[in-house]
Design a protein around this ligand. Sequence first.
Ligand code: HEC
Ligand code: HEC
Ligand code: HEC
Length: 273
Amino acid sequence: MKKLTSGSLILALGCGLLSAALAQTAPAAPAAAASAAPATPAPEVTCFESRKGASEVVKKDLSPGLPNVKCSSRTGAVLWWGDPFDGTVPMGDVPLLTKIPAGKAVVKPRTEKLNLLAACGTGCHNGVIPPTLPTTKKPTPIPTMEAMLPDAKNFQHGRGGIWCLDCHHTTQRNKLVDNFGDPVSYDQPQLLCGKCHGDKLRDWRDGIHGKRIGEWASTGKKRWFTCTECHNPHNVQDGMRNRGFIQIAPEAPPQLPHGMIDAKHELRHGVAH
Ligand code: HEC
Ligand code: HEC
Ligand code: HEC
């Protein structure tokens, strides 16, 4: 999600969101650690797991010599996890996903990444202010929201066919909404996305779409990446490819084993493919 502008900070103040706004404007630390003066502590290094600006993780040691993540110096993306379950919580129920024993499916909560969320249902949409809330799902400009959430200005999902309250709960703003009008946690976006993208939910459940890391055995414990860890729900149809994703520079190929000059042997296969 895009960073807040100073204009939005002023508006946010009006809504009593100062702490949230300040938290979002904090700059991300550079991916490569700069050499600091001896007395100052090493600068914080931040990488992203799956969506830049939305799934940041601060580098730290889990135990002496065991980093939580190793990151690409080229893209800042996480390439390796010291503990795939660090910071995860149980995934919660997903319809038709009943065969996984308790505790074997975990996710990283989204809630703690959403700086505006804490204030949504208290600072602004608290039932008193603003006095008029949209009552329909018809796309309408909402300048106050646009200043706080630049995504809302250039909303790119559903080609004008869907709007805020198709996804956000009408009366509980700190919840999403499922097909029955029931509140859904931001940590379980699959229950929201799946109501319109049933095919993708099925693929995700089957492990054909998305990503899982963790124990190798199929019965082992896994961290599942949730839909919003990869997709920004407000701009999935943005950009040249109409997909919301920006291509990142590919990593350099891995180093060849000692003594090997090139990888031409890989071109010689008995079977054409
Ligand atoms: C397709 C479903 C969908 C629609 C439509 C939608 N949102 Fe969201 N919105 C979400 C989800 C899911 C999240 C949580 C994103 C995440 O986890 O990164 C979110 C997050 C937010 C947040 C919290 C952002 C933060 O960083 O704290 C705000 C505010 C918000 N949406 C406002 C809106 C407004 C205003 C509209 C209408 C212009 C809208 N949304 C339309 C699904 C939607
Ligand atoms: C209320 C229904 C609804 C919900 C909920 C919803 N979407 Fe969509 N989504 C749509 C529609 C409609 C389109 C546009 C499809 C088209 O134009 O072909 C779309 C398009 C997309 C696209 C672009 C793919 C394409 O075919 O253009 C992605 C990616 C996507 N949605 C992901 C998500 C994710 C992730 C969530 C949950 C955070 C979500 N959607 C929730 C209705 C929804
Ligand atoms: C690990 C990252 C990741 C996760 C998790 C993930 N997606 Fe996707 N999704 C992608 C990528 C990458 C694409 C392909 C986009 C492209 O074509 O550029 C995609 C494509 C899509 C599309 C468009 C497909 C099309 O036919 O063009 C939809 C809709 C979608 N995802 C919905 C979901 C839903 C719903 C979930 C959760 C149940 C989910 N995704 C979870 C990465 C992810």
